[in-house]
Design a binder for this molecule. Structure first.
Ligand code: NAP
Ligand code: MG
Length: 401
């Protein structure tokens, strides 16, 4: 059998711990037998990030801008304990944060649905994709305590020195607290475009919500920017695709989401996305089945699993024990990236291979073959818990091109 040829390389970002081990297995067992894989390889493992003073992370993001599609393995975000464990020169920043900032991207998380894993909301028969605006609001705030008797004001100083002031509160009877938050039209616009592009790509409706009835300037600005961009740039494209953009209030959207059957994209302001993405991930069941893709406003894509490096399993692996780790979300990162590469380069065989890989992965789990954590949740009558390597072998057996 001749292997599927690629045109443009995929940016490959290797990572850490258990997911790094799985990364190699996925390539060896599931991809290389079928695809003449062309990647530009960046080792984002913590050892190499430390050696390059994190330059490798920046280089990998720049490469993504150049080639348009990347696939990323989970990586360690260092903390104090990792400083010692890896003898780090510095507490390097989260690679995901660095890449997101360089690509100006939005993260879309989407669950994989399989028979036997029923969401806590059983009417959710289709995936709900959530997008979080990852800039500003309370995540870039300025906070102060205010003593009783003080007065808090909001002041904006124009370039010419003109001041505009507004009273926040006079703390007449009590001490208190004050918070200043901001966002930028530029960031909100990038977020809006990433969401509209993703919806067109997925062929699904886009929902966005804020609290513009209460926040008449701040949240209203989000609503207006989305509306303007939609009217001017996307309305016709949405109509041609037969999909809709829909704005409502955040509390109304929560009610609608719960009552829905899924199958749409939910764009969230920063805080709403922080909270609701955890709610959705839990409700759909398993971290091992949650995929994630970073999309830039100019249409660059970086695919990954939503989970981390699965440290506990890795420590067992180092002790020579076999692990039962779920490779599915990492496999879908690869299939997502290869499909997108195929779409951009006009390679239907590559897109077909990505479909076949996903189908085989789902079939394996629906045949009852899965890792220990998933098995504990699955309601299938006949289940077989397998080690990581065997899980991949079972998937490989089911790939039909
Ligand atoms: P985690 O790696 O997602 O693992 C948390 C727990 O969830 C695991 O211990 C395991 O539970 C279960 N789990 C997650 N993925 C699984 C899978 N594929 N198969 C089976 N079980 C799975 O999160 P964490 O422990 O908070 O973080 C570990 C490291 O990952 C940290 O250094 C963190 O910085 C990094 N991280 C990276 C990313 C990223 O690169 N995108 C995201 C999150 C975290 P049991 O142990 O109970 O089996
Ligand atoms: Mg959160």
């Amino acid at each position: 059998m001749s292997k599927i040829q690629m045109k443009t390389p995929l940016v490959e970002m290797d990572g850490d711990e258990m997911t790094r081990v799985i990364w190699q297995m996925i390539k060896d067992k599931l991809i290389l037998p079928y695809v003449d894989l062309k990647t530009e390889y960046y080792d984002l493992g913590l050892v190499h990030r430390n050696e390059t003073n994190d330059q490798v992370t920046i280089d990998s993001a720049e490469a993504t801008k150049k080639y348009g599609v990347a696939v990323k393995c989970a990586t360690i975000t260092p903390n104090a304990q990792r400083m010692t464990e890896y003898d780090l020169k510095e507490m390097w920043k989260s690679p995901n944060g660095t890449i997101r900032a360089i690509l100006d991207g939005t993260v879309f998380r989407k669950p994989i649905l399989v028979k036997g894993i029923t969401p806590y909301i059983p009417t959710w028969t289709k995936p709900i994709t959530i997008a979080r605006h990852a800039y500003g609001d309370i995540y870039k705030n300025t906070e102060l305590k205010a003593a009783q008797g003080s007065k808090a004001e909001l002041v904006i100083t124009d370039p010419d020195g003109t001041e505009t002031r507004a009273l926040i509160h006079e703390f007449k009877n009590s001490d208190g607290i004050v918070q200043g938050v901001h966002n930028t039209d530029k960031s909100i616009s990038s977020f809006a475009r990433a969401c509209f592009n993703y919806a067109l790509d997925a062929g699904e409706n886009l929902w966005f919500a804020a609290k513009d009835t209460i926040s008449k300037t701040y949240d209203h600005r989000f609503k207006d920017i989305f509306a303007e961009i939609y009217e001017n740039e996307y309305k016709d494209k949405f109509a041609a695709k037969g999909i809709e953009y829909f704005y409502t209030l955040i509390d109304d959207v929560v009610a609608r989401v719960i009552r829905s059957e899924g199958g749409f994209i939910w764009a969230c302001k920063n805080y709403d996305g922080d909270v609701m993405s955890d709610m959705l991930a839990t409700a759909y069941g398993s971290l091992g089945l949650m995929t994630s893709v970073l999309v830039s406003p100019d249409g660059k894509y970086e695919y990954e699993a939503a989970h981390g490096t699965v440290t506990r399993h890795y420590y067992n692996h180092l002790k020579g024990e076999k692990t039962s780790t779920n490779p599915i979300a990492t496999i879908f990162a690869w299939s997502g990236a290869l499909r997108k590469r195929g779409e951009m380069d006009g390679l239907p065989e590559l897109m077909h291979y990505a479909d076949a890989l996903e189908k085989a992965s789902i079939q394996t789990m629906e045949d009852g073959i899965m890792d220990k954590n998933l098995s504990a949740m699955s309601t299938l009558p006949d289940k077989r818990v397998v080690y990581t390597e065997e899980f991949l072998d079972e998937i490989a057996k089911r790939i039909v091109l």
